[in-house]
Design a protein around this ligand. Structure first.
Ligand code: ADP
Ligand code: MG
Length: 267
């Protein structure tokens, strides 16, 4: 990662994207965010999915939210106005179902892919806004629409959460093609940090084989260790906390901590 901490006073912005649903994007954003906090980093999470699963999982009722990412993207609301302080020391820019209409509202606008980037740049110039963070993680919706393009345009790095069984599918290539377009047209500096293998069953020979082959096949890094499939993950969102505090020493929590530490170590 080019800037693992705010060495130069700017946070590292990482998007977690995959056009498929159910691949553990949201779980990874919440868990890596909590792991970065444990490592002493100041973390802001941005929920860029109209389904607002990240917002729910952090114990916030989207219906009670006054200023969300929707107002930031469509009404020029400052990011600082939308930030909520959640459990585990995480800050969140929440989403609401209103965001479902944002794609259509952004579509006719010139520079529609740059709206989030511009909002973040504004916040980063303002101490009360973004400059107070070391890491910003963006949770994307399961599509390659305007919202996800906004995330990829705003980000320094991309992590692609992906169950091992899906690594052999066409979806990876499609996503990486889109990323190449984004790098060419919208954000030259976007770095593909790597694929994060999720829902991993280490007992499956197929999963192990696919994992061994995928980095070479697509020419991208595969983050290590893979995140094991564990029943404890399904329990965490119900109590508004991530796996890191509800199952402190589970294999999944340990794996996310190791991935977070490895991300901070790369310079
Ligand atoms: P996405 O954001 O990509 O749609 P989610 O993070 O919402 O994916 O995860 C999809 C489902 O898988 C959720 O029910 C979540 O609790 C579950 N899940 C995520 N990671 C794991 C894991 N390591 N083991 C078991 N279940 C998991
Ligand atoms: Mg999600």
């Amino acid at each position: 990662m080019a800037r693992p901490t705010s060495r130069d006073g700017r946070p590292t912005i990482i998007a977690l994207a995959n056009q498929k649903g159910g691949v553990a994007k949201t779980t990874s954003v919440a868990s890596l965010g909590a792991a970065f906090v444990e490592l002493g980093r100041r973390v802001l999470l941005i929920d860029l999915d109209p389904q607002a699963c990240l917002t729910f999982s952090l114990g916030i009722d989207p219906d009670s939210v006054e200023t969300s990412i929707h107002e930031v993207l469509t009404q020029d609301a400052p990011i600082a106005d939308a930030v909520l302080h959640c459990e585990e020391g995480l800050d969140l820019v929440p989403s609401t179902i209103d965001l479902a209409g944002a794609e259509a509202m952004l579509l006719p606008r010139p520079g529609r892919e740059y709206v989030l980037r511009t909002a973040l740049e504004r916040a980063l110039d303002d101490e009360a806004g973004g400059a107070a963070y070391d890491v910003i993680l963006i949770d994307c919706s399961p599509s390659l629409g305007v919202l996800t393009l906004n995330a990829l345009t705003a980000a320094d790095g991309l992590i692609v959460p992906m169950p091992a069984e899906m690594l052999s599918h066409r979806g990876v290539g499609q996503l990486l093609d889109t990323v190449a377009d984004v790098q060419r047209i919208l954000n030259r500096d976007l770095e593909v940090i790597g694929i994060l293998p999720t829902l991993y069953d280490g007992r499956s020979r197929h999963a192990r084989e696919v994992l061994a082959d995928v980095g070479e096949r697509y020419g991208v890094a595969v983050l290590d260790p893979p995140i094991p499939r564990t029943i404890r993950f399904a329990e965490a969102p119900a109590v508004g906390r991530s796996i890191l505090s509800t199952a402190r020493s589970s294999k999944g929590a340990t794996a996310y901590r190791e991935v977070a530490a490895a991300l901070l170590a790369r310079t």
